[in-house]
Design a protein around this ligand. Structure first.
Ligand code: SF4
Length: 372
């Protein structure tokens, strides 16, 4: 049994009716509990809970500080290739868009790695477009071998792989996997993923579990908020995270709440996810999953990120470019527009100024070849 079976049962919930049914009492009952169940999560994501964000925030902050202290881990994504065989209606890298594609040579990967590492960052997220032909596992492995000279923690965000392939990458030095389902609502998923292997909903949904089985230290999941009703998508994401956490207690399960951002095409998101909605989602995640990491990207504007770091966020990206080789060259096509373009020192100073502790390194591989 995989999360897919659970999802097909959860999909039968009459969400629209339920959201209206929850009252202040349900929200308060959820807030008074230690371990929250699915009903509590629904209550915290309901319209009724949007009037009680302050109470939710106070408890979320207490939980975050008791599990994570004041630490906020910093990392940055590193794009090494933008070739993609999929047609996702919301992404610049979609195969349908005609622009000069780029893929870094290993020398260029090394230059990019050195440039990023000079900012002090030691955690990196390696990204490619989704193309087995252009960015095969062998290429990812070669990149990882280069990155290990500069970074103590390497996560990947690439096309879904088999358990054996994930194991190979773990053996090479990858310790984290990020894989976004994008949309949990199956009909919408089919509509938005027009062509390519990514159309296979189930293969993608099961990939984070394969990452847990392969022994990655951390697995990060998420829905791209805006593609479908945000309350339902946040609910499914949190249930997916709880499923993985219950079965793989040795793996740190984290969530990202990315909101849709402008890109090369003209797709308009279906659901408007306001700042208030984003706050409610982050708080509900924290209350339902007290031990989960919550990652906040530079898709969000600086002023909002500065406020959200107090509400449950434990990881932030900094000094971000969403272009291939964006730290050492320019002229690439960004995957999407970022909002917070602050440098690593600026984010570090913001965290110190907020009474928080920026963490550049909290992990290393105890094996020959791990340099820093
Ligand atoms: S979201 Fe991923 S799979 Fe889809 S077009 Fe963009 S890079 Fe390719």
């Amino acid at each position: 049994m995989s999360f897919y079976e659970s999802l097909t049962i959860l999909e039968r919930i009459p969400f629209r009716e339920l959201w209206q049914k929850y009252t202040k009492d349900d929200v308060m009952r959820a807030l008074a509990k230690e371990k929250l169940d699915k009903e509590d999560l629904l209550a915290l994501l309901s319209p009724a809970a949007s009037w009680h964000l302050e109470e939710m925030a106070q408890k979320a902050q207490r939980i975050t500080r008791s599990h994570f202290g004041y630490a906020v881990q910093l990392f940055t994504p590193m794009y090494v290739a933008d070739y993609c065989v999929n047609h996702c209606t919301y992404c610049s890298f979609s195969a349908i868009h005609d622009f000069p594609r780029k893929k870094l040579s290993l020398e260029q990967v090394e230059a990019e790695a050195a440039a990023i590492a000079s900012s002090g960052l030691r955690h990196i997220l390696l990204l490619t477009g989704e193309s087995r032909k252009d960015s095969p596992v062998g290429y990812v492995k070669d990149c990882v071998k280069v990155l290990r000279k500069y970074f103590s923690s390497i996560s990947i965000e690439v096309n879904p792989l088999s358990t054996e392939e994930y194991q190979e990458l773990a053996d090479t030095g990858v310790d984290g996997l990020t894989l976004f389902q994008e949309v949990y609502h199956q009909e919408t998923y089919r509509k938005l993923h027009v062509k390519g292997p990514k159309r296979n909903f189930r293969a993608r949904l099961d990939a984070p579990e394969r990452g847990c089985q392969a022994g990655f230290r951390s697995v990060n999941i998420g829905a791209l908020l805006g593609l479908y009703d945000w309350r339902q998508e946040a609910f499914m994401t949190a249930m997916h995270a709880r499923y993985l956490q219950d079965r793989y207690p040795g793996c740190e399960i984290s969530l990202s709440p990315p909101r849709f951002r402008p890109y090369l095409g003209s797709f308009n998101p279906e659901s408007d996810v306001t700042d208030r909605a984003l706050v409610q989602i982050i708080l509900a995640y924290r209350l339902f999953l007290p031990r989960s990491g919550i990652t906040l990207s530079t898709r969000e504007p600086a002023e909002l990120r500065d406020r959200l770091v107090h509400l449950g966020v434990t990881k932030m990206s900094a000094g971000v470019s969403t272009e291939v080789g964006g730290h050492t060259s320019d002229g690439g096509t960004p995957q999407f527009e970022i909002s917070d373009s602050r440098s690593v020192p600026e984010i570090r100073d913001m965290l110190y100024g907020s009474g928080l502790q920026p963490v550049f390194k909290d992990w290393d591989i105890l094996a020959e070849g791990s340099v820093r």
